[in-house]
Design a protein around this ligand. Structure first.
Ligand SMILES: Cc1cc2nc3c(=O)[nH]c(=O)nc-3n(C[C@H](O)[C@H](O)[C@H](O)COP(=O)(O)OP(=O)(O)OC[C@H]3O[C@@H](n4cnc5c(N)ncnc54)[C@H](O)[C@@H]3O)c2cc1C
Length: 457
């Protein structure tokens, strides 16, 4: 039994929690970081990083298959899943080691164990009571399922999908959002038959509709099957496979069913409600400055309603540490957080879609320009198609950027600066983009919106 006092106690060491701890320690606070599993959380161990390793392996498979097109003779011999696993685990282990070292070097006290909020100023971990002048809740999320859809056997979540030691011959994917399409893309590149089932009318349904449609065309061209607009009804499984039935009676069979229908907040039985924290369907409700209903208690990351993204967690963690330090950090609304879907093709976006911008500012008050990557030399060289759409307010700033094509995720940096800095296309137009890069395509869209297109008609 021990009692320890800190300026700040952070519950959960995922993207949101560890970012808060790092920034708080930089600002001179004493910090306890409570973690029941591994520092780094979902993103490092079972999310962003390992999935991107799989996607890179998938890209290499495609490149080796298509190499003759570029005059290189190779033979694609197949996927050695044990080697893929070693590569993926190696990346995660190295980043994990780096993060542990970083946290240690900042003098943060890591407390291993399951923590529970026991009052507005205390977290209990086993026999230890940690008291903080401020508490930051950052307990993250888990893979959700649908009512009546039980995970087990051949019905798996992304955690089990990562760990598979074989490439399925035929796989069903429930959910055409970010996680569903990433795994679909990997499996297809590895040679599987893939069938996606999405209840909404589009794949990547949170994107600008023109991007969703191009994405569907690209997936269709790759031979990835999908069913849209009809809801899942039930699944059965036996030792041969799974059969999914949709509400309209259609059935699909496969070796496995990946359930990728979103992530729920990990907040049950952690003492939040008992301490007086206002909750809604398991999420922690905060004001725009991430303060909960209990003074001195803040929340960050996936438990706060909105986009569930690692870099949103980083931003919120930094924000709360600075808020506690009285630095009055700026609020970044979810709409201005960049989003990337890392599949083949990639999708990257920020700000208002064309339709949402028309709703918000008036259809006659905005202009959208869609630059086709067919006009971009570098995209042609690497064999990708797609487009970059920029939405501006007339005589006003850029309020949305929506991109699709190989590698466009790497272009989101400039887009997020333009949107968050409320730049006008005329401000950006004089700063020419390097040739030949894919980045030029974004520059061309800005030039066109500034009334001086270079390579655009
Ligand atoms: C397959 C997949 C791919 C993804 N890819 C991306 C991507 O490419 N880019 C991106 O931005 N986002 C991606 N995400 C989302 C990203 O992982 C999450 O948004 C991010 O991890 C959320 O951070 P967090 O700190 O809120 O929670 P988490 O990362 O979930 O961390 C919460 C931590 O709290 C700990 N914890 C929980 N309860 C307790 C307790 N009672 N006591 C002690 N510790 C506790 C957990 O063990 C965990 O380590 C992906 C997610 C998945 C599942």
């Amino acid at each position: 039994m021990s009692e320890q006092n800190f300026d700040i106690v952070v519950l959960g060491a995922g993207s949101g929690g560890y970012a808060a701890a790092l920034r708080a320690s930089e600002l001179g606070f004493s910090v306890a970081l409570v973690e029941k599993d591994k520092v780094g959380g979902t993103c490092l161990h079972v999310g962003c990083i390992p999935t991107k390793a799989l996607l890179h392996s998938a890209e290499v498979a495609d490149v080796s298959r298509e190499s003759a097109k570029y005059g290189v003779t190779t033979t694609f011999g197949g996927i050695d899943i044990a080697a893929v696993t070693a590569y993926r685990e190696g990346i995660v282990a190295s980043k994990y080691k780096g993060l542990q070292g970083l946290i240690k070097s900042r003098g943060i006290t890591v407390i291993e164990g399951e923590g529970k909020l026991t009052s507005p100023t205390t977290v209990q971990v086993g026999d230890d009571t940690l008291t903080g002048k401020s508490i930051i809740l950052a307990t993250g999320s888990y893979s959700r399922s649908l009512p009546g859809l039980e995970i087990g056997g051949r019905v798996i979540t992304s955690e089990q999908a990562l760990e598979l030691d074989f490439v399925p011959k035929k796989v069903l994917v429930l959910g055409g959002g970010v996680i569903g399409v990433e795994f679909s893309s990997v499996w297809k590149s590895w040679g599987a038959d893939v069938q996606i089932i999405e209840a909404l009318p589009h794949l990547v349904p949170n994107e600008d509709e023109s991007v969703s449609k191009q994405f569907e065309r690209a997936f269709r061209k790759r031979g990835i099957n999908f069913s849209l607009g009809v809801r899942f009804q039930s699944v059965t499984q036996d030792d041969k496979g799974v059969v999914v039935t949709l509400e309209d009676g259609q059935t699909f069979d496969g070796e496995l069913l990946l359930v990728a229908v979103g992530r729920g907040p990990r907040t049950a039985n952690l003492g939040y409600e008992e301490a007086g924290v206002t909750m809604d369907r398991g999420f922690v409700i905060t004001n725009e400055r991430l303060a909960t209903s209990v003074p001195g208690v803040y929340a960050v990351g996936d438990i706060v309603p909105g986009l569930q993204l690692a870099h949103r967690g980083f931003q919120q963690g930094i924000f709360v540490a600075e808020e506690i330090a009285g630095l009055n950090p700026i609020v970044v609304d979810d709409i201005n957080i960049p989003k990337v879907t890392y599949s083949d093709p990639e999708v990257a976006s920020i700000g208002y879609s064309e339709a949402k911008a028309a709703e918000k500012f008036g259809a006659d008050k905005i202009t959208a320009y869609d630059y086709n990557l067919a006009g971009n030399g570098k995209s042609h060289i690497i064999g990708t198609s797609g487009s970059i759409k920029v939405v501006r307010v007339n005589d006003g700033p850029v309020v949305g950027v929506h991109m699709i094509g190989a590698r466009v995720g790497e272009l989101i940096g400039e887009a997020q600066l333009a949107v968050n800095w409320e730049a006008y296309p005329e401000d950006i137009a004089p700063f020419i983009h390097a040739h030949p890069t894919q980045n030029e395509a974004l520059g061309e869209a800005f030039l066109a919106l500034a009334g001086k297109p270079l390579h655009a008609i």
